[in-house]
Write a protein that binds this ligand. Structure first.
Ligand SMILES: C[S@@+](CC[C@H](N)C(=O)[O-])C[C@H]1O[C@@H](n2cnc3c(N)ncnc32)[C@H](O)[C@@H]1O
Length: 430
């Protein structure tokens, strides 16, 4: 294979082999005694807990041996094909690779979890996609079911649901998030048209070296009739705007490089659908307010989401450059965002009120007996810890949800800074 046609995943695997080490997705000799093998990148206790929960949810009888990392089948599973198709934390079952093993290798980045189109746009606070795949399994969703994420953010739930054949309704107040999520899931439908526009688009980038704001690129993007193709190029522009603003990269170079990578990732997505014969879920992403969902009562089969963590991250300031480029008035947008309005105690009160309304809406649209997963952490504001997790559990239980699992998600980041979040699984009681 020629070096250019390889994905970063393949290149990294080769490099790792050369230095006698292995990369996260090492190939294994395929033997039937490899009954159930975890991915090498699984390292945290919460991941091992989720790995066990997903096996249980999929009806697998197993035992965990040898210091938690080794799993053994106690009984031959009836439907190995379905397990191969769905599993998130295991790379091998009954001597065969899972679909996910092939999916994660379609990766154009250096980060193990930014495969396929996940990487497009550097959004802060993305979910870990492997965790979402597992959670979709844990709450028992199947092909044709519908999952809702009322805070869709960068679209992680949408991509993972789509890959599993689960339909997804994704809602976010931020037009930038809606754009990202759409591009990540819809561009695969229009790749030939994206390619047709490429030369014309490139001819308009960097024409005027002294004026990066020149509007030639915008003008040509505006003339693209197909919305999905237009969104793709708008996103390519925003990724370059972000590279230029945050990393001081040259806009034209960044645009060209990212555009090629974006096209390659969309192609990877199309290839993996074909290689694994995936039946994709339908995705419906729109701008909306989690406090007032335009969805029918009892219409959703599951919810997987992470709301803003109290006032932990100011999503409006964080994406200010991109939102401004899209032509939005930041002051107006701010009024509708949860967790960024008001100051001091008022800010916390407003957040709590907004979250109460969002929880009531989640409860209303979910079918009875079905599950809502909420990933959330406490935040520190003005030197004080805000107990968002307790607040959410309390209110959710008050309106008729039952907390069935509360998993501590503790991870150590850069400089050993501890990040603690909770994965809360609620059931809407019948
Ligand atoms: C923690 S992030 C979600 C991240 C997401 N799980 C991901 O993987 O990228 C929270 C999201 O809530 C959105 N948000 C804030 N207020 C909202 C509202 N009133 N309705 C819907 N979404 C809102 C923000 O724009 C932000 O994208």
């Amino acid at each position: 294979m020629n070096q250019e046609t390889k994905t970063k995943g393949e290149i990294m695997l080769e490099k790792a082999e050369k230095i006698g080490s292995f990369w996260a997705f090492k190939e294994e000799p395929l033997s039937k005694d490899k009954q159930l093998l975890l991915f090498d990148n699984v390292q945290f206790i919460y991941e091992l807990a989720l790995a066990q929960l997903e096996l249980k949810a999929l009806g697998v009888e197993f035992e965990v041996t040898n210091g938690l990392r080794e799993f053994r089948l106690l009984k031959d599973p009836e439907d190995v094909e379905t397990l191969k198709r769905k599993l998130a934390y295991f790379k091998l079952i009954k001597g065969e690779y899972t679909d996910y093993f092939y999916i994660v290798r379609k990766n154009r980045t250096r980060s193990v979890n930014q495969y396929l189109t996940h990487w497009i746009y550097p959004y802060k606070g993305k979910f870990h996609p492997q965790m979402i795949r597992a959670l979709l399994n844990i709450i028992g969703l199947n092909r044709g079911d519908t999952v809702l994420d009322p805070f869709i953010g960068s679209g992680t739930t949408a991509v993972e649901a789509q890959l599993l054949g689960i339909n997804c309704v994704g809602i976010d107040i931020s037009p930038l998030c809606v754009l990202q999520s759409k591009v990540k899931t819809e561009s695969i439908e229009v790749l030939p048209e994206i390619l047709e526009w490429k030369d014309e688009i490139l001819s308009k980038v960097g024409v005027n070296l002294f004026n990066l704001d020149d509007k030639a690129l915008d003008k040509v993007i505006d003339t693209i009739p197909n919305e999905k193709v237009r969104n793709f190029y708008l996103m390519a522009k925003l990724v370059a705007v972000s590279d230029n603003a945050r990393r001081k990269k040259d806009f034209t170079k960044a645009f060209r490089k990212n555009l090629d990578l974006m096209i390659a990732s969309v192609k990877d997505y199309i290839d993996i659908v074909e290689e694994l014969n995936l039946k994709l879920g339908k995705v419906n992403i729109k701008v909306g307010d989690s406090r007032n969902l335009s969805l029918d009562d009892n219409s959703i089969d599951g919810i997987v989401t992470s709301p803003p963590y109290s006032i932990a991250l100011d999503y409006v300031s964080n994406d200010a450059h991109a939102l401004k480029t899209l032509g939005y008035d930041l002051k107006e947008l701010r009024e509708e965002f949860i967790g960024v309005r008001g100051k001091g105690q008022r800010r916390i009160d407003l957040y709590n009120e907004d979250m109460k309304r969002s929880l009531e809406e989640m409860y209303r649209v979910l079918k009875p007996g079905k599950y809502a997963v909420i990933v959330i952490g406490n935040a520190t504001y003005q030197g004080k810890e805000i107990k968002t997790v307790e607040f959410i559990i309390d209110y959710a239980e008050r309106i008729g949800f039952k907390l069935v699992k509360n998993i501590d998600k503790i991870i150590f980041g850069l400089y050993n800074v501890m990040q603690k979040e909770n994965i809360l699984i609620f059931r809407k009681e019948v």
